[in-house]
Design a protein around this ligand. Structure first.
Ligand SMILES: [Zn+2]
Length: 364
């Protein structure tokens, strides 16, 4: 999308008389970015070497990462061998409906032969195409799918508050507050479902985590702490009404409970175009190209806009830069994603649904 250039009419008086100058304002100087990934000069604590390469790319050791991936994948496969003989579901997958978690669904069901329960948090802003895709793909792959739709008045209060600075104490400042709140609620629902259905493994679709962070085994104390942290993040905004979206305290009493959290795409070789081509064979269709990508969440437009206006960089630039380093995504494609403008009509619709003032740039 092109943004029209603003022409300024200026009249400058000189000794020789008035000169009518019609000129464009100077183009903003292009932002300096790492020549290998896409991290910008506005990214916190970024440093570039003489070749314009950032310290994260300079510190990247592909051989070590490949070794880590192999080790984590081996641990994951040992875990799957242990859960596969059990009855009931083997695995719960947080399915957002985009390519990556849809591909993860296929990997778990068809490649690893697991009984998968997919769950999706419908926060009121899923695109119609995402919902249609999930219905078609779940039928095609033979997947049980739970769509959890919390009451919207509660969500509205949480998300609207998240457009203001310091809404909740999120230790990770590298993501929008709206997304952190949504993640907390999603994890609460995921933990509740897993404990209720006695599912030992919860999987997620993201591929950008380091392999060592992509497989985490939690004992009972760690589960209690994890649930407490996610819930308290939301309780600063919504003081009540959250109990239905987190595990029943009685479910946390059993000292023998264990859960494993996994991001399989972080340690299984994959490539964006390959994922997209595969999921299309299940009837998945690209969504509207929101934020430059096939994004199922309309709310992300507001989250990205609010974050970018405050911090000066795209909230997912670090994640996309990592995908470039990993070879999962082309650099040009990642750059196009972080530079894609927000859709004004989607932004206006989201703000209207949250009763936020229109035409007012949200900021934290
Ligand atoms: Zn870099």
């Amino acid at each position: 999308m092109e943004i029209g250039r603003l022409h300024v009419q200026q009249t400058v008086r000189t000794k020789e008389g008035p000169i009518d100058r019609t000129q464009s304002p100077p183009e903003p100087s292009p932002i300096k970015r790492c020549t290998r990934c896409i991290l910008p000069e506005t990214f916190p604590e970024i440093e570039f070497d003489g070749d314009g390469v950032c310290q994260y790319c300079a510190d990247e050791h592909p051989d070590q990462r490949e070794k880590d991936k192999r080790q984590v994948r081996a641990r994951f496969e040992v875990l799957l061998d242990a859960v596969r003989p059990r009855s009931g579901y083997h695995c719960l997958l947080n399915w957002r409906g985009e390519e990556s978690s849809t591909y993860a669904l296929w990997v778990l069901k068809e490649f690893y032969h697991l009984q998968v329960l997919a769950f999706t948090l419908d926060h009121g802003f899923l695109s119609p195409q995402a919902l249609k895709n999930m219905r078609i793909v779940s039928e095609c792959l033979g997947i049980d799918h739970v769509l959890e739709k919390p009451r919207f008045d509660l969500l509205k209060r949480i998300f609207a508050r998240c457009t203001r600075r310091g809404a909740h104490a999120d230790p990770a400042h590298d993501r929008p507050q709206i997304c952190a709140a949504c993640t907390a609620l999603t994890k609460g629902v995921g933990f509740r479902l897993a404990l209720q259905e006695r599912i030992p493994l919860i999987c997620f679709g993201g591929a950008s985590l380091s392999p060592s962070s992509a497989l985490i085994e939690l004992d009972r104390d760690a589960i209690v702490e994890f649930v407490h942290d996610e819930r308290s993040r939301l309780e600063t905004i919504a003081h009540n009404g959250l109990e239905n979206y987190f595990p029943d305290p009685a479910a946390l009493d059993d000292p023998a409970i264990k859960l494993t959290l996994a991001h399989p795409l972080a340690f299984i070789d994959t490539e964006e175009e390959q994922m997209r081509q595969l999921v299309k064979t299940f009837g998945w269709e690209p969504m509207d190209g929101l934020n430059g990508r096939s994004e199922p969440c309309l709310l992300s437009t507001l989250a990205i806009q609010a974050y970018r206006s405050q911090s000066g960089y795209h909230p997912y630039v670090a994640e996309l830069a990592q995908l470039v380093r990993e070879g999962v995504m082309e650099r040009a494609r990642a750059l196009a994603l972080v530079e894609a403008p927000s859709s004004p009509s989607v932004l206006a619709a989201v703000q209207a649904k949250l009763d936020l003032p229109l035409f007012e740039a949200p900021g934290y």
